[in-house]
Design a protein around this ligand. Structure first.
Ligand code: ATP
Ligand code: MG
Length: 449
């Protein structure tokens, strides 16, 4: 038979999978089954050909031996490359030497889609040897890497455990516009878009909308994209990130810090419960945490930094480079902690000053080592204060009329935070570059795939 006939691609037709790899147990010995997936590796020993097929749940070994299966099937399996997608019908046989104690003796193979060439990188290793850009150019294949498949399974659990946690506390999930007329925070980092005949922007945060929604629903959250035209190339910024935004009425920033740390505890417990195998194969352990997380005042941190000889003045933002030394020394590197009571001047206009002094505001950043994971605060709920702050920060208040007008109708005291999902994944799974914590990263150099 010619190679082209042998490796002829076929339709799915009436074939359906009877079992996932993981469901094929020694109890199925001698049973006929159909498995489907993609080839993760092949190995040849003369008259015997091993093919490992991977599916959503794991791997199964197919063993084609001359005499035990047809020559056609043996030839087919001998010529396919890694990543080929196929179905195999055959008989289950207990096999102590195979990875999960079982193998499939094939009697028919249906090739759905042939891998035409070898992938430009090997997906077996946990850490890849090629640069991240080579991997991102073929991201769908890169995502077949075990480490990343586990990481994104854990991302899914992170999201579902957040929803469980907040739902149980009486929050409702909301969705707010991503095409907006004015900047939320007056920052410059926005993407302009054409909106019919007008200029509009992609939302950098659901901030003002989630605050408004506390008027009707009290406790709301949104898990959605935020868009920021970050000018610099860093391993912690994306142009399109996922934000977990929470807003709660009749509470202040200290309630929200309590809520956030219990939410993180719940996430970590859920991952430990549901992903034992993944964590093992990733050689990873989640951060061990104790609540409450330590809370350091901005003032204290500045003093500590100055004492170490860092060039930082009161009123400066605290960047990761500067924090690195301190977090290693003082916080024993990788732990969660809060920096609270920031200078009012470097936080957005909607953040409420402390009752002690206008110079400080009721705000927090959740940190892990030197990386910022979340920012939160008590918000201003009175119109005249909000207006005053906007003017102080040089914002054009007319542009915020759509927001300010609701403050004439009773806005509850409220507080909230936004957590960057990808940043959280970085610290949970020790991912070095934020681009690996999202499926298809967007950054200043990358708009495809
Ligand atoms: P940074 O100072 O690290 O740039 P930020 O203070 O500008 O962050 P916030 O506006 O406080 O960010 O947003 C809340 C959270 O959203 C951040 O703590 C971070 O986890 C996440 N986040 C913000 N911008 C990005 C981005 N460009 N890429 C990934 N995550 C982001
Ligand atoms: Mg912040």
């Amino acid at each position: 038979m010619k190679l082209s006939e042998l490796l002829h691609e076929q339709e799915l037709g009436d074939w359906r999978r009877t079992h996932y790899s993981k469901e094929i147990l020694p109890t199925l010995n001698d049973k006929q089954i159909t498995v489907m997936g993609w080839v993760s590796s092949t190995r040849s020993h003369g008259n015997i050909q091993f093919v490992i097929i991977r599916d959503r749940l794991g791997e199964i070994q197919v063993t084609a031996k001359r005499g035990e299966c047809s020559d056609k099937v043996l030839d087919q399996l001998s010529h396919i490359k890694d990543h080929t997608t196929l179905g195999v019908r055959g008989k289950v046989r207990a096999q102590t030497k195979s990875p999960n104690g079982i193998e499939v003796i094939p009697n028919e193979v249906r090739i759905f889609s042939l891998a035409k060439q070898a992938a430009p990188f090997n997906i077996q290793a946990n850490k890849s040897t090629v640069g991240i850009d080579t991997r991102l150019d073929l991201r769908a294949i890169d995502l077949r890497r075990n480490f990343l498949r586990s990481a994104f399974g854990i991302r899914h659990t992170t999201l579902s455990s957040i929803r469980e946690f907040l739902d149980a506390k009486g929050f409702i999930e909301v969705s707010t516009p991503k095409m907006i007329a004015t900047a939320t925070e007056g920052g410059a980092a926005l993407f302009p878009i054409f909106y019919y005949n007008k200029e509009a922007y992609l939302a950098q945060s659901p901030q003002l909308y989630k605050e408004q929604l506390t008027m009707a629903f009290e406790n709301v959250y949104e898990i959605g994209p935020i868009f920021r035209a970050e000018p610099s190339r860093t391993k912690r910024h994306l142009s399109e990130a996922t934000s977990i935004d929470v807003e709660q009425a009749f509470s202040d920033y200290s309630d929200l810090m309590n809520l956030l740390e219990s939410m993180i505890l719940h996430i970590i417990n859920s991952i430990n419960d549901r992903h034992r195998d993944d964590l093992q194969s990733m050689h990873g352990t989640l951060p061990k945490i104790k609540t409450p997380f330590p809370r350091y005042r901005y003032d204290e941190i500045i003093d500590k930094l100055q004492a170490r000889g860092e060039h930082i003045r009161w009123g400066d933002d605290i960047n990761p480079q500067i924090m690195k030394g301190l977090s290693n020394e003082v916080f024993n590197s990788d732990t969660f902690y809060y920096i609270v009571d920031w200078p009012t001047a470097i936080k957005p206009f909607y953040v409420k000053p402390t009752s002690r002094s206008d110079r400080f505001c009721e705000s927090f950043d959740l940190m892990f080592g030197s990386l910022e994971i979340s920012s939160g605060s008590t918000r201003i709920n009175r119109k005249e204060f909000l207006l005053g702050n906007m003017k102080k920060q040089g914002l054009n208040t007319e542009l915020f009329d759509y927001h300010l007008r609701v403050f004439d109708y009773g806005v509850p005291p409220h507080a909230g935070f936004g957590v960057g999902l990808e940043r959280l994944m970085m610290v949970l799974l020790n991912i070095e570059n934020i681009r690996d914590a999202t499926f298809y990263p967007r950054d200043i150099d990358r708009l495809t795939p």
